[in-house]
Design a protein around this ligand. Structure first.
Ligand SMILES: C[S@@+](CC[C@H](N)C(=O)[O-])C[C@H]1O[C@@H](n2cnc3c(N)ncnc32)[C@H](O)[C@@H]1O
Length: 593
């Protein structure tokens, strides 16, 4: 007998139940219907999964219930460079983490990449604290219910020009596509990328599957702009050489800039062996003799050359004096000839600088696992760093905030740090992953993801004993936590502490400058952030900031709605009054009333 979405046979339903069921089914735009009446996840009772704004996350009927927050794990912070922003690693359930990020990063994320469990019955997927087995009759429904709630909260975090990327394989592709169409809007689908993988090695398989998908949705496809990225199949110099573009001298008008470049020893030259003599009367000019042996420079060499743009020169050098594709995909081959001339030869290109829908030549999972083992990180299905570096660059913003809430071994963090190093920019990452799943006793967040990020930031010795330099950066480590609603002194203290932490996360300002029971001041790379706990402390706060040079984003906790502008009139030029996210304020008022 046919059963409804709640698993009960239709014949036994009342008229009201049947009407409700029809309304529910008809309300889905794309006809994706599944058993939604599954047991709720624990956290469902605390968060409104249909919230479109942070305020809707905790409707009034939820007042009085525990409030989700993030709690810093002291001693796990990594600090290697105060001039850089701070990245975040959150250990815990991502649904909880996404709820808190809705207070701190509402419409503030440029790019989200996730690699959720593919639901293959490999004991990789937990719903309502239980592993979902391959044979579970609700195997797809549970996965969809789990994904729907998380994707809805994630969508709120994207900036208007932001991009959502989701890795998936054939098992849930069709279901995910319909779900994502419904959440993000079909018109915002940018591409179903096909990523060429090495494939499985199952001899019984009728077809060797050697691709996965990456679904890409813009928050708003009218606003999202795809960057011009060269197809990864375009040959690259196998090594990145450090070089320095010294000056750009404008000769013969701004259209003819001349750049002086220091090419280091070992840099590839495109002829085998010989010497280009020092010269100043002919372009390009060489400030010293350029010695070449077996296609490599034997000495450091200054070259001054006329280039139509510094960017092109930069591309040329990054490409190892080989080929670069311009914005239109036209490939240019540069040749440093034996006479010392640098010749640019345009060649017809089959390569594109458009982003292509098939992603080739971007690493594979197997080789990544063994590469990670060299870092002493053991994780079964990591995504290759090459793939993630490419995906990270799909955001046009060089200072993008990038979120991965199924972070696993932390490949996204690794990619963000490498992309900053290679291409410049101040991208930061926020990662969330739970600490251990059913298939292993591994503590993924604390024993796999965190140590990997730490090694990549601070440097490490690989298995062969070679020292690998750190990429630099900072990190704070949080776990998911709750503040109970009963207005006890302990809960009040905890709420004030955790709310302050959330404002620090929102502002990316963590360096304590002044801490009193009434207010706290923190610093980030370019400004100060002040949090005042009681209106009565405003005067003392002002006295303190007058002694410090700099600008202060200031938050005032209070029971009323007064924006306090008049109280700050005398320090107007050095203070920006900021609104505390309404949800945090609501809970504060609830507990302090
Ligand atoms: C397929 S792996 C991601 C691998 C990752 N892309 C990498 O390269 O290492 C998915 C990860 O998400 C984690 N995970 C699954 N459900 C989660 C949840 N509800 N909250 C947080 N993390 C979760 C799993 O423990 C697993 O580590």
């Amino acid at each position: 007998m046919a059963k409804g979405t709640n698993g009960k046979e239709y014949e036994t339903w009342s008229k009201e139940e049947l009407i409700k069921e029809i309304v529910k089914i008809k309300s889905t735009t794309y006809g994706l219907v599944w058993h939604r009446d599954l047991p709720e996840e624990k956290i469902d009772t605390l968060i409104n999964p249909d919230a479109r704004t942070p305020n809707e996350m905790f409707p009034n009927e939820m007042a009085g219930k525990p409030f989700p927050v993030l709690k810093e794990v002291k001693g796990k912070e990594i600090e290697s460079d105060k001039s850089k922003l701070v990245n975040l690693l959150i250990e815990g359930d991502n649904y909880h983490a996404l709820a808190v990020l809705n207070f701190t990063h509402f419409e503030a994320i440029d790019l989200i990449y996730i690699d959720p469990p593919y639901n293959k019955g490999r004991k990789d997927f937990i719903y309502n604290d239980k592993i979902v087995e391959k044979e579970d009759p609700y195997v797809h429904s549970k996965w969809l219910a789990f994904m729907e709630k998380r994707l809805k909260l994630a969508k709120n975090l994207l900036k208007e020009d932001g991009l959502m990327l989701i890795s998936i394989d054939d098992k849930e592709f069709a279901q995910l596509k319909l779900l994502a169409d419904e959440i993000f809007g079909e018109q915002n689908l940018i591409c179903n990328f096909v990523w060429r993988t090495d494939g499985n090695f199952d001899n019984q398989a009728k077809v060797k599957i050697c691709h996965e998908y990456i679904l890409a949705y813009a928050k708003n496809s009218n606003i999202f702009k795809a960057p011009a990225l060269v197809d990864p199949n375009v040959p690259k110099g196998s090594k990145i050489y450090k070089y320095e573009i010294r000056n750009t001298i404008v000769k013969n008008g701004p259209k003819n800039p001349v750049s002086e470049v220091l090419l280091p020893k070992g840099f590839p030259a495109l002829f085998e062996s010989g010497v280009i003599k020092k010269r100043s009367s002919q372009w390009p000019q060489f400030k010293n003799d350029v010695l070449v042996k077996n296609g490599k420079l034997e000495n450091e060499a200054y070259i001054s050359s006329g280039w139509s743009s510094k960017e092109l020169l930069n591309d040329f050098i990054v490409a190892g004096f080989k080929e670069v594709a311009d914005q239109k995909g036209q490939l240019t081959k540069f040749v440093l000839t034996e006479t010392g001339a640098v010749e640019a030869v345009k060649i017809r290109s089959e390569y594109q600088s458009h982003v292509l829908s098939v992603l080739n030549n971007l690493g594979n999972t197997q080789s990544t696992s063994s590469w990670l083992a060299d870092l002493d990180v053991n994780f079964d299905y990591p995504k290759p760093i090459e793939l993630l570096k490419y995906l990270v660059r799909l955001s046009n913003n060089k200072d993008a905030v990038i979120l991965d809430f199924f972070a696993g071994s932390g490949s996204t963090a690794h990619a963000v740090l490498e992309v900053n190093k290679e291409f410049g920019g101040k991208r930061t990452f926020i990662l969330c992953t739970n600490n251990g799943d059913s298939k292993s006793e591994h503590k993924i967040a604390s024993e796999i993801c965190y140590p990997r990020i730490k090694k990549v930031i601070t440097g490490y010795k690989n298995k062969k004993g070679r020292t690998i330099d750190g990429l630099g950066g900072n990190l704070k480590y949080y776990t998911t936590d709750f503040v109970e609603a009963e207005p006890t002194d302990r809960n009040k203290r905890k709420l004030v502490k955790e709310s302050t932490d959330m404002l620090c996360i929102l502002e990316n300002a963590f360096e304590p400058i002044q801490e009193t029971p009434e207010f706290k001041i923190f610093k980030n790379t370019d400004k100060y952030v002040g949090v005042i706990f009681y209106e009565e402390a405003i005067e003392d706060y002002k006295k303190t900031i007058k002694k410090i040079d700099g600008h202060f984003n200031t938050y005032v906790f209070s029971m009323g709605d007064d924006p306090h502008a008049t109280k700050f009139a005398d320090v107007k030029s050095k203070v920006t009054l900021c609104a505390i996210p309404e949800v945090i304020l609501k809970v504060y008022r609830e507990i302090f009333k």
